[in-house]
Design a protein around this ligand. Structure first.
Ligand code: ADP
Length: 887
């Protein structure tokens, strides 16, 4: 590069369309047009020594000629132009004739030498092509251009300075300053580029070795600059001009690189948080992969997909699930909605679309045994369940009614349902409906709500993960409806065999088949259950237990279970029958056995504490020592003052535990009952004490806890004849009170309740106040009618009601006693309270068949047709009126 190039006088010219070859630059061109092929052939290919051609920029005014295919076209145009005579003036029309296709030849070009030449395969037509790699050497200017021959030629003169000229210029302070500036800028560019790629190191060497004015061309040739700028660079014959132009271009290039860098940095800075997280996650994934750690989000999704595939969804659900999965895959884990979508898909995958638990080969006898072993008594109920199961056995698809166990708490409704499941070999799931007021609790919330969830049924099915469980709808009478919809209507759909094939949970949003589920319901009372719902169910009543039944249940079922639950057995704790009876009498007064169980559990806990203490202090016992010291130990244990015993050497653990096992059991006695359960809560004397004064009567009512004994108190005081009622009363019971008062007033004289001189007006100068104690419990219903009258008669006659007699019955204004409901529960309640006599409406006699014979046998049942009959039975020695008349 450094040595000056000898230029020939004449040179073959290759027109270079809209492009400039600068000295120092290297280009590769394919020559296809006849003129350029000819040029290459004659000037380069056929020459012995290295030939040279001139590359001359041409500018085509016609916009259509593109620079991209310039070589061919340029050559073609060259062809046409070769016919024309050349004119010299630079950059203007050289050819007068070709006005339609004006071609502007530049007046300055660059001589080029071929670095590499290759000849293409000759075509059948005889045409050949050449591919030439050319290096620009030095500038020349055209003295005369001839376009007539096979290719253009020109007479040229060199434009580069001679050595002497160059040396002179190098002394020029302007040139020196310019050189320095160029060098500095070029250096800067190189170092910027160096940061980006390591290969620029060589460019630095060039900077030291190559003359700067040549380097200026070399640098500029490597930039992408406009044709105009390239031309002006070519025209910068003066080295000072060239250097300053090159400096400007290099600087511009530098700036553009810097700006680009800045922009990139800014953009990087603006990477949103999520993008950053994404990048970090990618890195984390890479790390996990390295560690062979597979619990990756992607794997998770793949796992989820596998789970979904295995779930056996019906085709329409599967389609829906896949759509959702595709959506999930497109989301970033931290994107809102990702989680909810995922949770939803997990639910779809977890639901038992196909899974069923193997139904046992159904054996009625085994089922009966199972029911008997789990439950004492309840013969009728068990019989009904066996019938139900028998029908299912004969016709598995039969749409039998839904069983609904109705009864007070703790009578075994839930445990009966779970026994049904066990007898059928199905899984059991309990759905509590108590207090459910929102339809969404049953049907779920739509997924558009934040925190939406599936309803309890779908949730329950997910938990049991079979589609044919026994599902207990617990406390179905406790659902209510309000503005949030009516859960009962959703339950209707659930229990309807026609509709529950495609139960629609709002959250799930695809139908689920509930027809394989066996539904069983429980309720405390049938009355609050909406009639359409009740219509779908078969009510089986469980009335509550007598003391005798409770005793049996406790001895056979509750005590063994409670002991087991507390890690004890009968070797540690014994509860004699007599003590269980006491617990039933003194500490519980319920229809079921739940409190009884609780009390037994309290005893077991206390025993557990003792045994545990014993373990701490007495463990180091040896069999032999134990035999002697056991009674002593027992007594000390009770006081809690056992001291450390001496441990004989060589006692191993096995011996210790066996020594422990033969310790005499703790036997519950009355003392322990009081210590653990506190003073007795109930006793038989309560009624006697409460009816000790006139104006109090004993009624029987029916609540959701079964039958109850209810006292009614009446009193009178000076007033204006008003009736006051207290004790959380409903409208019906208030009316009953009015009726009762009216009846008593109307018969005041007949009953001899007022002295004749008062004109028969009972309320003359006085008010009556009737109170129903247990003021916290709301009361309503007509069955207190007879009790109210009895209380009033007792008040006005100043005679006490019998404390062993309870009563129930509705009364008409004319004194007829009408039948009421819940007789069985009421009689049982009276029995629990230790009452001996019960007055019932005559037409309720038929209901007594449901009352256990043992209870009936120990009580006197008195029937009443009219109010007078009730009064006759309620007072000692008969109705006060009779007594008066006897007098
Ligand atoms: P409910 O559902 O009616 O409120 P549960 O079924 O929960 O009552 O019963 C309460 C407890 O009493 C359970 O432990 C149950 O096993 C027991 N139980 C109730 N009735 C009987 C019975 N007839 N035989 C044996 N255990 C019973």
């Amino acid at each position: 590069m450094a040595e000056p190039v000898e230029l020939p006088n004449r040179i073959g010219i290759l027109p270079f369309r809209n492009k400039v070859l600068l000295p120092g630059a290297i280009i590769r061109i394919r020559c296809t047009s006849p003129s350029s092929v000819k040029l290459v052939e004659q000037e380069l290919w056929q020459r012995e020594e290295k030939g040279m051609i001139g590359i001359l920029p041409v500018r085509d005014a016609a916009e259509t000629v593109s620079a991209g295919s310039m070589l061919t076209q340029g050559a073609d145009l060259g062809d046409k132009s070769s016919k024309n005579q050349t004119g010299i003036p630079a950059s203007h029309k050289l050819d007068g004739k070709s006005q339609q296709e004006p071609i502007h030849w530049h007046t300055r070009g660059v001589a080029a030498r071929a670095l590499h030449l290759s000849r293409g395969v000759e075509k059948p037509s005889g045409r050949v092509t050449y591919t030439v790699i050319l290096e620009g050497l030095c500038r020349f200017s055209i003295m005369e251009l001839n376009t007539k021959g096979a290719y253009s030629t020109a007479r040229i003169s060199p434009l580069d300075m001679t050595k002497a000229e160059m040396e002179r210029v190098e002394q020029d302070p302007d040139f020196i300053a310019l050189s320095r500036q160029f060098k500095a800028t070029a250096m800067e560019l190189i170092s910027v580029l160096e940061q980006k790629q390591k290969t620029v190191g060589r460019t630095k060497v060039l900077l030291e070795t190559v003359p700067l004015h040549k380097l200026a061309d070399f640098f500029v040739a490597s930039f992408e600059i406009s044709f105009e700028e390239q031309l002006s660079m070519l025209d910068s014959v003066d080295v000072k001009v060239r250097l300053s132009k090159a400096t400007e271009l290099v600087d511009r290039h530098l700036q553009s690189i810097r700006v680009a860098e800045k922009i990139t940095k800014k953009v990087e800075g603006q990477l949103s948080k999520s993008q950053k997280e994404y990048l970090l996650r990618q890195q984390m994934r890479a790390i996990k992969e390295e560690l062979g750690d597979n619990d990756d989000e992607d794997d998770d999704v793949a796992g989820l997909e596998r789970k979904m595939q295995a779930a056996g969804m019906p085709p329409n659900v599967w389609k829906h699930a896949q759509r959702e999965l595709r959506r999930l895959k497109k989301m970033q884990p931290q994107q809102p909605g990702y989680n909810s979508s995922r949770v939803y898909l997990e639910l779809l995958a977890d639901l038992p679309w196909q899974t069923t638990s193997e139904e046992l080969e159904f054996d009625l006898k085994a089922a009966k045994e199972r029911l008997d072993s789990d439950h004492f008594g309840l013969e009728k109920v068990k019989q009904r369940i066996i019938e139900y199961l028998a029908v299912r056995k004969l016709k598995p698809d039969a749409r039998g009614p839904v069983l609904c166990f109705v009864g007070p708490p703790g009578v075994g409704k839930t445990s009966l349902a779970s026994s049904i499941a066990a007898a059928l070999g199905r899984k059991f799931v309990r759905i509590s409906l108590g207090g459910v007021k929102d339809e969404a609790d049953i049907r779920g919330h739509r997924r558009t709500y934040i925190g939406s969830m599936p309803g309890r049924l779908i949730d329950g099915l997910k938990k049991v993960s079979v589609r044919n469980p026994v599902m207990l709808l617990d406390e179905i009478d406790k659902t209510g409806s309000d503005v949030r919809g009516d859960p009962a209507s959703a339950l209707l759909e659930v229990l309807d065999p026609e509709q529950n094939k495609s139960f629609n949970d709002h959250y799930l949003n695809v139908p689920f088949d509930l027809s394989k589920v066996i539904f069983v319901a429980t309720a405390n009372r049938a009355q609050p259950i909406p009639p359409p719902l009740l219509d779908r169910m078969e009510v089986i009543e469980l009335p509550g237990y007598t003391a005798e039944e409770k005793l049996n249940i406790a001895m056979r079922h509750l005590i063994p279970r409670v002991l087991n639950q507390h890690g004890l057995n009968s070797e540690f704790l014994k509860v004699p029958e007599g003590m269980v009876k006491l617990i039933i009498q003194r500490y519980t007064r319920e229809a079921g056995v739940r409190n009884l169980e609780r009390n037994l559990a309290a005893l077991a806990r206390a025993a557990a504490v003792r045994v545990a203490q014993q373990e701490q202090t007495v463990v180091p016992l040896n069999k032999d020592v134990h035999q002697i010291s056991s009674p002593l130990l027992e007594s000390r244990l009770a006081e809690g003052e056992v001291e450390m015993e001496v441990i004989p050497m060589g006692v191993n653990n096995h011996e210790i535990s066996s020594a422990f096992r033969v310790l005499s059991p703790l036997v519950v006695d009355e003392d322990m009952l009081e210590k653990v359960l506190g003073p007795p809560k109930y006793d038989d004397k309560e009624t006697a004490e409460r009816v000790a004064s006139p104006g109090v009567s004993v009624g029987l009512v029916w609540t959701s806890f079964g039958g109850e004994v209810q006292f009614i108190e009446a009193t009178s005081m000076i007033g204006k004849g008003d009736l006051h009622l207290t004790g959380q009363l409903g409208d019906v019971i208030k009316e009953s009170a009015q009726i009762a008062l009216t009846w008593v007033r109307a018969r005041a004289t007949e009953l001899n309740l007022t002295p004749a001189e008062e004109g028969g007006n009972l309320l003359e100068g006085r008010d009556v106040h009737i109170h129903f104690p247990a003021g916290a419990v709301p009361k309503d219903g007509p069955s207190a009618g007879v009790t109210l009258v009895t209380a009033l008669v007792s008040l006005f006659s100043r005679r006490r009601v019998r404390s062993d007699t309870a009563m129930t019955g509705e009364m008409t204004l004319r004194g007829l006693v009408l039948p009421v409901g819940g007789i069985k529960d009421k009689v049982l309640a009276a029995h629990r309270y230790g009452l001996k006599r019960v007055i019932l409406p005559e037409r309720n006699l038929k209901d007594l068949v449901e009352v256990p014979a043992a209870v009936l046998g120990s009580m006197e049942i008195l029937v009443a047709k009219r109010m007078e009959d009730v009064l006759e039975h309620a007072f000692e020695g008969g109705c006060p009126w009779r007594q008066h008349s006897r007098l």
